[in-house]
Design a protein around this ligand. Structure first.
Ligand SMILES: NC(=O)c1ccc[n+]([C@@H]2O[C@H](COP(=O)([O-])OP(=O)(O)OC[C@H]3O[C@@H](n4cnc5c(N)ncnc54)[C@H](O)[C@@H]3O)[C@@H](O)[C@H]2O)c1
Length: 283
C-alpha cells in the first residue's frame, strides 16, 4: 500500500493515548488519513485527538476502549462500521508490561497481561478483519509485539509469553489474509523511551522505587523515540513486511536468533545477570 498520501483511508489505532500509539496516530494523520483512535484512558486519547485536529487533514474520532474486553472492542467496531464499510489499516498497539520472573508472577498478573497484550490483539483482529475481507479492497493489519517476542529473558516471563504469541498470531494471519489482499505486519521494537517504563508492573525482587528509577533511566539514556517506531510502521505497511524489528538491538537479536540461537541465550543470561548485579538482586 502506498502510504505517501492516505487521504480517504481510515486507520484505527489502539492504545493511542500514549507513546508508540500516539505517535503512530499522529504520523497517519500527517499523511491525511482519517483516524479512529481508542485507549483505556479517556483523557489521554482525547488529548491525542486534539493534537490530530491541529494537524487539520483527515478527521478523527476518539473512544474509550478496553482492548481486553471483547464486548467493548465489538461496540467500537460497530460504531466505526456504521460510518464506513471497513478499515483500511488496523494497528493493534495497546499493551502493558510486567517486569519479573515466572515464580514472582501471580495468576491475576497473568490474566491481566494475557487479556491486554494477547487477547487485545485477537479482539481487534476479530472485530475488524472480517469487514476488511468482506469489502474486498485489501488493507493492512499491524500488530505491535516486541523484541521480547523474538528473544526471551527471565526478567520478562509473562511479557515475553504475550509478545511471542503476537508474532505467531501475525504470521498465521498473514498467510490467511494474503489471498484477500490484506497484509499483516508484526512490529518488534527494542527499548523505546515511552511512559511504559512508569506504567509497567514490577514484581518480586524487581519491584521497588529504586528499580523503577533505574528502568526509567535506562530507557531515557537509550533515547529512542516512539516517533521512529511510527515511521517503521509506515514503512512496514508500504513494503508489506512480515516481522519488522525496530532499533539496532532488535535487529541484531533477530538475526543472531536465526543464525546462532545458543549465542542469544548466552547473551540473554549475561544481560540478566548484569541487570541483577546493577540492582543488587540475589537469585
Ligand atoms: N516502549 C517500549 O520499549 C516497547 C518495546 C517493544 C514493544 N512495545 C509495545 O508497544 C506498545 C505500546 O507501548 P508504549 O511503549 O507506547 O507504552 P505506553 O504505556 O506509552 O502506551 C500504552 C498505551 O496503551 C494503553 N492501554 C493499556 N491497557 C489498555 C487496554 N486494556 N485497552 C486499551 N488501551 C490500553 C495505555 O493507556 C497507553 O495509552 C505495547 O504493545 C508495548 O508492549 C513497547
Amino acid at each position: 500500500m502506498n502510504v505517501g498520501d492516505l487521504s480517504g483511508k481510515t486507520v484505527a489505532v489502539t492504545g493511542a493515548g500514549s507513546g508508540i500509539g500516539r505517535e503512530t496516530a499522529l504520523a497517519f494523520a500527517r499523511r491525511g488519513a482519517d483516524l479512529e483512535i481508542g485507549d483505556l484512558n479517556e483523557e489521554t486519547v482525547e488529548a491525542t485527538a486534539e493534537a490530530i485536529r491541529k494537524i487539520d487533514r483527515g478527521g478523527v474520532t476518539a473512544a474509550r476502549v478496553d482492548v481486553a474486553d471483547a464486548a467493548q472492542v465489538r461496540s467500537w467496531a460497530d460504531a466505526v462500521h456504521a460510518r464506513i464499510p471497513a478499515l483500511d489499516i488496523l494497528v493493534n498497539n495497546a499493551g502493558v508490561a510486567i517486569g519479573g520472573g515466572f515464580l514472582d508472577t501471580t495468576l491475576e498478573d497473568w490474566d491481566w497481561i494475557l487479556g491486554v497484550n494477547t487477547k487485545g490483539v485477537v479482539h481487534g483482529c476479530h472485530a475488524f478483519a472480517p469487514a476488511m475481507v468482506a469489502r474486498g479492497a485489501g488493507g493492512h493489519i499491524v500488530n505491535v509485539a516486541s523484541m521480547a517476542g523474538i528473544v526471551a529473558t527471565d526478567t520478562l516471563a509473562a511479557y515475553c509469553t504475550t509478545k511471542f504469541s503476537i508474532v505467531g498470531l501475525s504470521e498465521a494471519l498473514r498467510e490467511e489474509l494474503a489471498p484477500h489482499g490484506i497484509g499483516v505486519s508484526c512490529i518488534c521494537p527494542g527499548l523505546i523511551n515511552t511512559p511504559i517504563t512508569r506504567a509497567a508492573k514490577l514484581v518480586g525482587p524487581l519491584s521497588g522505587e529504586e528499580n523503577r528509577a533505574e528502568l526509567v533511566r535506562t530507557y531515557e539514556k537509550r533515547n529512542y523515540g516512539p516517533e521512529r517506531v511510527a515511521l517503521a510502521i509506515l514503512r512496514a505497511i508500504e513494503r508489506n513486511r512480515a516481522v519488522t524489528p525496530v532499533t539496532p538491538e532488535a535487529w541484531m537479536l533477530y538475526y543472531l536468533k536465526r543464525f546462532s540461537p545458543g549465542l542469544v541465550s548466552w547473551l540473554s543470561r549475561r544481560m540478566g545477570e548484569a541487570s541483577r548485579r546493577r540492582l543488587g538482586i540475589d537469585r
